[in-house]
Write a protein that binds this ligand. Sequence first.
Ligand code: UDP
Length: 243
Amino acid sequence: MEAISPPSFRRVLLKVSGEALMGSQRFGIDPTTLSALAEEIVSVYHLGVQIGIVIGGGNIFRGIQAAVQGIDKVVGDYMGMLATVINGLALQNAIEARGVPTRLQTAIAMAQIAEPFIRRRAIRHLEKGRIVIFAAGTGSPYFTTDTAAALRAIEIGAEIILKGTRVDGVYDADPEKVVAARRYERISSREVLEKGLKVMDLTAITLCQEHRLPILVFNINERGNLMRLMRGEPVATIVHHEG
Ligand code: UDP
């Protein structure tokens, strides 16, 4: 089992779902929520932690899903990936407004607005003190931004994935539906897979397992949680890889 000492992270990969930008809206970006999130990311940055961010697109994508109905699955997936680029631009803007340099890298080339994803360049940016935002998922349909998070985390040599969700960890049942659902403080990826718990999709979990990359699952909607994680406070479930 890995020994995790949260306050001493050197490089992390933060997964921000599109929904984390919605606030109380049904879709889209809520400016107050976006600002608060950027503020927190900047606080962690000032601790000296190198931060890569994979941004999702659910907040925009689900808003256009009605329009997507009847559209080819692959085309819909590309629309989803483009949605993550919109969120990436918004997050980049909100972070830079706080004086922190960033780079946006996309898995689908769009030279006018972002750099293409180049692993070595991303690492160089991190070393130079820039926050790197990865958008457009993996660049391929049939994947999710959770898988993109696992992939980018491994590629940039992050020590951990900080997976922001709507709940404060991994439960044995859906806590939004089952009142008696029990929260795990620690759980192995093997158990996650055996029990079919919804932490990340299968591809993402398997990738993390293969590369022994731990995941901290935390509630990103509760302000201050990112800093609490850095202080080692128990506000997350850790998914580890035993054996
Ligand atoms: N997507 C994709 N390939 C990827 C990442 C994302 O095709 O590598 C598409 C997929 O349709 C997905 C959408 O983009 O539903 C938005 O991503 P996701 O649902 O993972 O965003 P989140 O739920 O984190 O906001």
